[in-house]
Design a protein around this ligand. Structure first.
Ligand code: PRX
Length: 673
């Protein structure tokens, strides 16, 4: 009982944290254990409580924020040494009921989604009632075609209300969705479908992006040739064009029209799987991270509300694709659980021109705008006039995600787009974390925000920096490996089908801690700045890729026995891939081979994964034990050749001059972008 009353206090406080009048002070006495320095009920006090008493903090919040069929009996049961993570055990609920039915009961005609279609000015509004109906029809269609609780369904769809309904339809019947970004190749799609053993794929005949047609169904056809688990492909229509339909293809809209607009929701356990989402690691094929029901939803909803200062009636816009975790948490689950109006952005930032985002902000009166630094860097090159032309007075919060935001981009977003009056939040998180972990807000009321810094951990996130030897680094002005020492409800639970890989990837480097793969710097004030990946993962335009994946995609070329890929800084993309390749027998058709390699990467992964630069070298820099020293290649490409570090383990130090000469010649022909 004590915990419950404390909890009511907590959630009320959280609800008020952003408001200027700060009525939370009135109930501040309920927060126990706050550090002396912290105002009771303040960000610091709540953070301290979330860290010290996770059950008392999260338990009541979950009870009050979510709609349950059966209450949970245990708030959390987690152990980082075995990778065991469980929240709200014993509880039962349905995520689609939380995202739809509860709002339909209160205000069926409020707008759930505004679909900002590729063609500007043709937006479509979908109410909560309509979205529930579409979701139920789609859920019934899935059931009719054999999809049962626990079955996996792949979505290869462009950003659209139907794609959101497909995600929620899976949630409604207890099926597990895995959304594959509709820019991935047939081979990548097939790899994911096979790993997840999906029974059904949902797609569109075609997609539209930046005025261009994307042949979604054709790519699915190519992929499912190699996917024995797939029984049906449900094909919806985004364009008027007809595409060939085969035996296992089903016209989705026609089937949905026959189905009932109601569908009884499955009652799911808190820890049943909600979705899989594949992401790249430093080795091996992309891993299917498993997110579950209650903890994920609670965390997405709470971070959506508190980091962005979302208030009822706001129009929230996250321009990420639903194929990434950002789209899952901040286009779909977080906003819909909060009953928000969420924008679905189908287009690109420069279609039909560089004013697209801001014209949309004006037309749709957007209050929060959340996007990627890569787009900001691109747009600032087009000049301020494209921004200033449009009225942006509705904007209150601007958000950045996916990669470090450099000072210039931050300042431009803040000053030009936000007229120096909007709150700008640089949010750090990962597919694995489920939701935002470090961001400038929530904070003490009106606390400072520093450019290019994620700054403050969200409630329940305890960041730790480790030195190279695995010692916890105390104090400020230090850099180390970013770990998190305590479980939070939104984190991934495992890697689909390979729990040991989950343990090895995240809990082995620093036993007892979750290792993020990122490095970070902590200021004297205790703020965090992310410094970038510490492993062989690179970030191209905010899209995460393992360098090993790109190397693998090139590995089958008969003329190329060896490759090494590194990331290097790129003005717009943040990072780009640079491939060093060795040719067999001094072949003289290097340019042809290079073109074939580019095509191979596009076919095996995606177009964005194709290296910007490919350089033929005689050999790679290897240690005596045969390991490629990518560190040296990075130094060469970034011009840090005076400080190559320890090269004593190289098998033949002469290789450095050899590669440097080749690089300089190559540079003269094709300057690094
Ligand atoms: O390196 C970090 C970078 O993106 C990685 C996570 O990528 P992904 O799982 O695709 O999720 C991206 C969207 C949440 C991180 O390990 N990253 C993400 N946000 C930031 C960032 N790097 C610096 N600053 C950020 N705000």
């Amino acid at each position: 009982m004590a915990a419950l009353s404390l909890g009511r206090g907590v959630s009320r406080l959280l609800g008020c944290l952003h408001r200027a009048s700060a009525p939370w002070r009135a109930v501040s006495g309920r927060i126990r254990g706050a550090p002396d320095a912290a105002q009771p009920g303040s960000y610091l006090a709540l953070s301290a409580q979330a860290a010290r008493e996770p059950a008392a903090f999260w338990g009541p919040l979950a009870r009050e924020t979510l709609v349950w069929d059966t209450p949970y009996h245990t708030v959390w049961d987690c152990d980082f040494s075995s990778g065991k993570i469980g929240w709200f055990l014993g509880g039962q609920l349905n995520v689609s009921v939380n995202c739809l039915d509860q709002h339909v009961q209160k205000s069926p005609e409020s707008v759930a989604l505004i679909w900002e279609r590729d063609e500007p000015g043709t937006e479509v509004r979908i109410t909560y009632r309509e979205l529930l109906e579409t979701t139920c029809r789609l859920a019934n269609t899935l059931k009719k075609h054999g999809v049962r609780r626990g079955d996996r369904v792949a979505l290869y769809m462009s950003v659209s209300p139907l794609a959101v309904a497909a995600m929620l339809a899976c949630a409604r019947i207890g099926a597990v969705h895995t959304v594959v970004f509709a820019g991935f190749s047939a081979e990548s799609l097939a790899g994911r479908i096979n790993d997840a053993k999906c029974k059904v794929v949902i797609t569109f005949n075609q997609g539209l992006r930046g005025g261009r047609v994307v042949e979604l169904k054709k790519i699915v056809d190519e992929a499912v040739k190699h996917c024995p688990s797939v029984q049906h492909v449900l094909v919806a229509h985004r364009t008027e064009n007809k595409v060939p339909m085969g035996d296992r293809d089903i016209p989705l809209e026609q089937e949905m029209a026959k189905e009932d607009p109601e569908c009884t929701p499955e009652s799911m356990g808190s820890e049943d799987t909600l979705f899989l989402l594949y992401t790249s690691g430093s080795t091996g094929m992309p891993k299917g991270l498993v997110h579950t029901q209650a903890g994920y939803l609670l965390y997405a909803a709470l971070t959506h509300k508190l980091v962005f200062d979302y208030r009822p009636g706001d129009v929230f816009s996250c321009v990420a694709d639903i194929g990434w975790i950002t789209g899952h948490s901040y286009v779909v689950y977080g906003p819909l659980c909060n009953g928000a109006t969420s924008i679905l952005f189908e287009s690109t930032p420069v279609y039909p021109n560089a004013g697209r985002y801001w014209e949309m902000v004006q037309r749709l009166k957007i209050n929060q705008f959340y996007g990627a630094p890569t787009a900001v860097r691109l747009l600032l090159k087009y000049g301020d006039a494209w921004v200033k032309k449009y009225d942006r007075s509705s904007l209150r919060t601007l958000g950045s995600v996916g990669e470090p935001i450099n000072q210039e981009a931050w300042e431009w977003l803040h000053k030009v787009v936000g007229d120096s009056r909007c709150t700008l939040v640089d949010t750090w998180w990962q597919t694995e974390t489920g939701g935002i972990c470090i961001a400038p807000r929530p904070s003490e009321e009106g606390a400072e925000i520093l450019p290019g810094m994620a700054m403050r951990p969200f409630f329940g996130i305890i960041p730790i920096l480790m030195d190279e030897k695995g010692n916890v680094m105390e104090g400020g002005d230090v850099s180390g490996s970013l770990c998190i020492s305590q479980a939070w409800p939104g984190m991934a639970r495992t890697i689909y089908g390979d729990h040991q890989r989950f343990v090895d990837a995240y809990f082995k480097a620093y036993p007892g801690y979750y290792f993020t793969g990122d490095g970070a710097y902590r200021t004297r004030e205790g703020y965090y700045q992310i410094t970038g990946r510490m492993d062989d993962v690179i970030n191209i335009s905010g899209h995460r890729l393992g360098t090993a994946e790109i190397e693998d995609a090139m590995a089958n070329h008969p003329a190329v026995p060896e490759t090494a890929v590194i990331g290097y800084p790129h003005d717009i993309k943040g990072e780009a891939a640079f491939a060093f390749i060795v040719l067999k027998d001094d072949r003289d058709d290097a340019e042809k081979v290079v073109e074939e390699l580019r095509a191979a990467v596009a076919a095996k992964i995606a177009k964005y994964a194709v290296p910007d630069q490919i350089l033929v070298v005689k050999r790679l820099p290897k240690t005596r034990s045969g390991k490629v020293m990518r560190r040296l290649l990075r130094k060469i490409v970034t011009g840090q050749t005076r400080d190559l570090g320890d090269t004593t383990t190289l098998e033949d130090p002469g290789v450095i001059t050899e590669i440097l000469t080749a690089y300089q010649k190559h540079g003269a022909r094709r300057p690094a972008k």
